[in-house]
Design a protein around this ligand. Structure first.
Ligand SMILES: O=c1ccn([C@H]2C[C@H](O)[C@@H](COP(=O)(O)OP(=O)(O)OP(=O)(O)O)O2)c(=O)[nH]1
Ligand SMILES: [Mg+2]
Length: 155
């Protein structure tokens, strides 16, 4: 796996730095610094106790953890959250409990999300009178079919 140095400041020294659980993992796990109970359908912004300085040309993306999503309905409201290279504040995570019945109970130190660091580029937007043709054209939102589920659901 290629790597890039990212400067890290631990605002909460008792909290571990982000860590990749397995070699080859794309996301480094982030933890909550606070205990929080998220009721069904509610959201909560939690701190992770860290701030970073990404090199120019990189961004961080805060993704949910699939295990918690599948087991208890925990996700990230603005998934993926975008961490700009120039951001020096604490990385925070806007969590949401998608479960309809049970609260999600989180304890300080729980791994609640994962940070994916990626190269990004700025687009140079050049306005034109007409866009070049393509096979897809303007077709979207189901234009390729494969939505048998619709027939079953909508009858
Ligand atoms: O999940 C997230 C998303 C964002 N941020 C921080 C880092 C990011 O660089 C900054 C701004 O994020 P964004 O651009 O998504 O939010 P905005 O509502 O557009 O705020 P701003 O006006 O500050 O750009 O907030 C987080 O800590 N966690
Ligand atoms: Mg913004």
């Amino acid at each position: 796996m290629p790597s890039v140095e990212v400067l890290l400041s631990r605002l909460d020294p008792a909290v571990p730095p982000p860590a990749y659980a397995r070699p080859g993992d794309a996301g480094a796990d982030l933890v909550t610094t606070t205990d929080v109970v998220i009721e069904p359908g509610e959201r909560a912004v939690v701190g992770t106790g860290i701030a970073i300085a990404l090199p120019e040309g990189y961004a961080g993306f805060v993704h949910p953890r699939s295990g918690l999503a599948a087991r208890v309905g925990l996700s990230v409201v603005n998934t993926p959250g975008t961490i700009d290279a120039g951001y020096r504040g604490e990385i925070k995570v806007c969590l949401v409990n998608h479960d309809l019945r049970e609260p999600v109970v989180l304890t300080r130190g729980d791994r609640i999300a994962q940070l994916v660091v990626q190269k990004v580029e700025h687009a140079v937007f050049r306005e034109v009178d007409e866009l070049p043709e393509s096979v897809r054209g303007a077709g979207g939102y189901g234009s390729t079919g494969g939505h048998d589920v619709l027939a079953r659901t909508e009858g």
